[in-house]
Design a protein around this ligand. Structure first.
Ligand code: IPE
Ligand code: IPE
Ligand code: MG
Length: 259
């Protein structure tokens, strides 16, 4: 039997979001290596250059009232890159935490890290923990860094947490629905994902926010990450703002009547 209200987890309101803009934006920051190679430099030069783009998207998000910004910094598959590149990326993550956290805190940004942080060394784990605790009360923007993150890991991790409760007898299997599983997904305390941007020209998700992408609007640009500016970000937001989000309904059901 079909029930009138489906069992799906809460979704944002259908229609044109132009009045409020996206509340939660995620970015696959891709193209650093190619950017560097085009300049005759080694790939890691591109990763270093990409840090400036991170600063500018954080500024843009803060100034335009985006509530949450999730950035894909390192995927669970990126460990398979050459050792030298992986170690530069880890070093860079360390350096950025050292140099940026105070400024983020001063600007009211709350920093969070999602992903399997257990794989990082103790020093890095401690630094992440410290930054998260220091900025915990801030509410100008939630900056969510996905590090050693995989969308499949996120779902499997939620399933494992629920299975533990079933084993302890505190949860019944029949009480596991989309809503319940969603409570254990790493972004459960953030608004629903509205807009996913990928730079660097590829049109794929690369195991990023698989669960959260269910009804996200996707925006792909050929701009390589170190060249990404506030202007390009604005183009993506403008494009989002004219889309009609239907969430399975028909256009007439969601269009706002003209007064
Ligand atoms: C994205 O840039 C950054 C990370 C994956 C850490 P890439 O390093 O993937 O750059 P391209 O795609 O090879 O140009
Ligand atoms: C996705 O980019 C991961 C990050 C941006 C951190 P990749 O460059 O790793 O993705 P693929 O390999 O092209 O799918
Ligand atoms: Mg890439």
């Amino acid at each position: 039997m079909l029930s009138k209200r489906s069992q799906s987890a809460q979704l944002p309101t259908a229609g044109h979001p132009e009045e409020s803009g996206p509340r939660h934006v995620a970015i696959i920051m891709d193209g650093n290596g190619r950017w560097a190679q085009k300049k005759g430099k080694i790939r890691t030069f591109g990763h270093k250059a990409g840090v400036e783009s991170v600063r500018s998207v954080v500024r843009f998000a803060r100034q335009t009232g985006i509530q949450s910004l999730t950035l894909f910094a390192f995927s669970s598959e990126n460990w398979k890159r050459p050792e030298e590149e992986v170690s530069v990326l880890m070093e860079l993550f360390n350096l950025v935490l050292n140099s940026e956290v105070k400024r983020l805190h001063k600007n009211g940004v709350r920093l969070k890290v999602i992903g399997d942080v257990s794989a990082f060394d103790d020093k890095l784990k401690a630094k992440i923990q410290k930054a998260e605790t220091m900025t915990e009360q801030n509410d100008a923007l939630i900056l969510n860094i996905a590090a050693n993150y995989g969308g499949r890991w996120d779902i499997a991790n939620a399933a494992q947490l629920l299975a533990q409760q079933v084993q302890q007898g505190t949860l019944q299997p029949e009480d596991i629905d989309e809503q319940k599983l969603g409570e254990y997904i790493s972004t459960h305390d953030l608004p629903e994902l509205d807009l996913l941007i990928r730079t660097g020209g590829e049109r794929r998700i690369s195991n990023f926010l698989l669960w959260q992408c269910a009804y996200a609007e996707l925006y792909f640009t050929d701009v390589l990450w170190p060249d990404f500016t506030e202007q390009v970000f604005q183009l993506a937001v403008d494009d989002f703002n004219v889309r009609q989000r239907r969430f399975g309904l028909v256009g007439e059901q969601v269009s706002v009547p003209q007064s």
